[in-house]
Design a protein around this ligand. Structure first.
Ligand code: HEM
Length: 150
């Protein structure tokens, strides 16, 4: 299914898809870094309370809206006539990458709650490794959608 008039907006839709994706990725790369530093400070300390505010604002004011916008403009691109061949291999890999990124987003939100309630037990090393996940997924997704190797 496609919607005819979306063809007119195509370049704008794609531009805003990329803009919102950059904001989503920026937040997804920064929040695990905050968790790395948050592991270093004592529970209940002034620094810990400040990290909680930074984490809440980053998730609620940047990451969540940017994810919604990336999906909204992405779905508009899917519904634009002549843009997407659903049988294309690159699209299947991209879709898998999007599902994994969304799952990681969910984990970031759950880990934030653990810090908020002073019950994080994961070591700093865990968040350093977690920080690499969105990087790898972003690299795969962008190579798929730009290079389209298969
Ligand atoms: C959230 C769900 C998403 C949907 C439904 C979606 C869908 C699409 C579609 C249909 C296109 C148009 C392809 C074309 O113009 O031929 C596109 C372009 C693009 N997408 Fe997504 N996408 C999503 C998420 C993402 C994410 C998470 C990233 C990066 C991490 C991304 C990066 C891009 C880029 C860079 C382009 C432009 C490619 C080009 O101009 O050659 N998208 N997307």
């Amino acid at each position: 299914m496609t919607i005819g008039f979306l063809a007119w907006f195509y370049p704008w839709t794609k531009a805003f898809h990329i803009i919102s994706m950059v904001a989503w990725m920026a937040g997804m790369l920064y929040l695990p870094r905050l968790y790395v530093y948050h592991c270093d400070v004592p529970r209940g300390s002034l620094e810990s309370e400040r990290f909680k505010v930074m984490e809440r604002r980053l998730l609620r004011q940047i990451i969540n809206p940017a994810m919604i916008a990336t999906f909204a403009f992405g779905i508009m691109l899917v519904l634009t006539p002549g843009i997407l061949d659903w049988s294309a291999g690159w699209w299947h890999v991209k879709l898998a990458g999007i599902v994994l990124l969304s799952g990681f987003h969910g984990m970031l939100s759950r880990w934030r709650r653990d810090f908020l309630e002073d019950r994080n037990t994961r070591p700093q090393r865990f968040y350093r490794i977690a920080n690499e996940v969105p990087t790898l997924l972003m690299v795969v997704i962008i190579i798929m959608v730009v290079v389209r190797p298969f």
